[in-house]
Design a protein around this ligand. Structure first.
Ligand code: UD1
Ligand code: MG
Length: 458
């Protein structure tokens, strides 16, 4: 059924105490508003509109390109007033209008779809939940038998008896479009907060003979709102738990699902193990049998089968080949491409460099803007000097070359296949294949030299 979706996002979010508009704070790497838009996108809405107000420029910039349009609400005179602003853009041709909250991010597409189906263009459908502590929320007031919904009363306007009601309105509803438009234009603000309450349309529906259905959701997580940093962090953990459970159901072994953070897409093969406190950002792919040690951060990374990433490694924009060993304390930066069985050890940084199969840099090294051949051994403390202060230059190291410790390869420079570079060399000219190149002062022994002696104290 053709659908309008309205996302309310004009509110201030005072309790976040942040310059960033509330709906742009993030959970799992995506803004709260993006979560709502992503859930809505699964509904195939004909039109999606976001109501902006506080921080409107920033919020509108954030949704540019999402397909949703924006309508501003200035000033903010309540949720009913917010919906009044979109009345001119809600097409009657779409018989259902779904209202979502920009600060209730974890609503699932299935739950929203069920509400739309319950509305069916002929009934007002409210998403409700029963809470142990309902304070602050609008209460669902039912008839004596409990079958019929009579209205919603806001906490500030509720009598003590009404405040005892546990069933609350979640802020999410689906309404017949043409009726909704008429109803919100008739709202009044004669209440405790001098606001236009969207929730007053429920009593209007009852008076109009428009059927009202309240669907209770069992999932608190889906309808919790974010008003404070504490609630933001709580929903982050709930969201991470949901993602962790999906991975574990697919066979991924998370050492502790409570210490796992996925802030993008994470695709895992069979027999993947992830130790505690790892963060995955952007698009990460872990092939079969990959093991990720504790405290690693991986962003936009592709890790080949059976590779092992040891603890405290940082991988960003890199490809790691099958069976490679990385870390502990390794840093792979954008453009690092490691072949099969490559070993990158502790305190080794690789940037914009290709290492062919079997190459090793096991300790304290920098490989930047380099092409490294198969089985090359790059010694401890050695670096490519790739930057002359203005331009970057490339280092090419042929297969089976052996670079000793503490070498500086001053790019552009080519080390031939099978070449050996003596430890401590500063190499600024090409080193021929198969030969030993040494570029350091010769060792000398001064035979007649005497160590100075201190004069005895007088
Ligand atoms: C609202 C409901 C309450 C429900 C609760 C669920 C009303 C009158 N009350 O109360 O029944 O239990 O949500 O969380 O609707 N907004 C605007 N413009 C405004 C005011 C609000 O866009 O002028 C947006 C806010 O950004 C927010 C949403 O509407 O996304 C809800 O507003 P909020 O002020 O949080 O309403 P509550 O008082 O919590
Ligand atoms: Mg609220």
């Amino acid at each position: 059924m053709a659908l309008n979706v309205v996302v309310m996002a004009a509110g201030k979010g005072t309790r976040m105490k942040s310059a960033l508009p509330k709906v742009l704070h993030r959970i799992g790497g995506r803004s709260l508003l993006q979560h709502v838009l992503d859930a809505a996108s699964g509904l195939g809405a004909a039109h999606t509109v976001v109501i902006t107000g506080h921080g409107a420029e920033q919020v509108e910039a954030a949704i540019a390109g999402s397909g949703a349009s924006a309508v501003r609400q200035l000033p903010q005179l309540g949720t009913g007033h917010a919906i009044q602003q979109v009345v001119p853009v809600l097409a009657d041709a779409n018989p259902v209008t779904l209202i979502l909250n920009g600060d209730v991010p974890l609503i699932r597409t299935e739950t929203a779809a069920a509400l739309v189906a319950a509305c069916a263009g002929t009934q007002l459908a409210l998403l409700t939940i029963t809470l142990a502590d309902a304070s602050g929320y609008g209460r669902i007031v039912r008839s004596a038998g409990g079958a019929a919904v009579l209205g919603i009363v806001e906490h500030k306007d509720a009598t003590p008896a009404q405040r005892a009601i546990g069933e609350i309105y979640t802020g999410i509803m689906a309404a017949p479009t043409a009726w909704l438009k008429r109803a919100v234009m008739a709202l009044k603000n004669d209440n405790a907060q001098r606001e236009y309450y969207l929730t007053d349309i429920v009593a209007m529906a009852v008076a109009d003979g428009m059927p009202v259905v309240a669907s209770a959701t069992p999932s608190e997580t889906e309808v919790l709102g974010v008003n404070s940093p504490l609630q933001l962090a709580d929903l982050e953990r709930r969201h991470q738990r949901t993602q962790a459970e999906a991975l574990m159901e697919a066979g991924v072994r998370l050492r502790d699902p409570a210490r796992f953070d996925q802030r993008g897409s994470l695709q895992c093969g069979a027999d993947v193990e992830i130790d505690v406190n790892c963060i995955f950002e952007g698009r990460v792919r872990l092939a079969d049998g990959v093991r990720i040690g504790a405290h690693c951060v991986l962003r936009d990374a592709d890790i080949g089968a059976s590779a092992v990433i040891h603890p405290f490694s940082h991988i960003d924009g890199a490809v790691v080949g099958e069976g490679a060993l990385v870390g502990p304390f390794a840093r792979l930066r954008p453009g690092a491409v490691l072949g099969a069985e490559v070993h990158i050890g502790n305190f080794v940084e690789v940037k914009n460099a290709t290492l062919a199969a079997g190459a090793k840099a096991n300790h304290l090294a920098y490989l930047g803007d380099a092409t490294v051949g198969e089985r090359v051994n790059f010694g401890a403390g050695s670096i490519t000097a790739n930057y002359d202060g203005a331009n970057k230059h490339r280092t090419v190291i042929g297969a089976d070359a052996h670079i000793g410790s503490n070498c500086v390869l001053v790019a552009p420079v080519v080390i031939g296949e099978g070449a050996t570079v003596g430890g401590g060399s500063t190499v600024s000219k090409d080193a021929p294949a198969g030969q030993l190149t040494v570029a350091r002062a010769r060792q000398a022994t001064i035979t007649a030299w005497k160590r100075p002696k201190k004069a005895p104290k007088g």
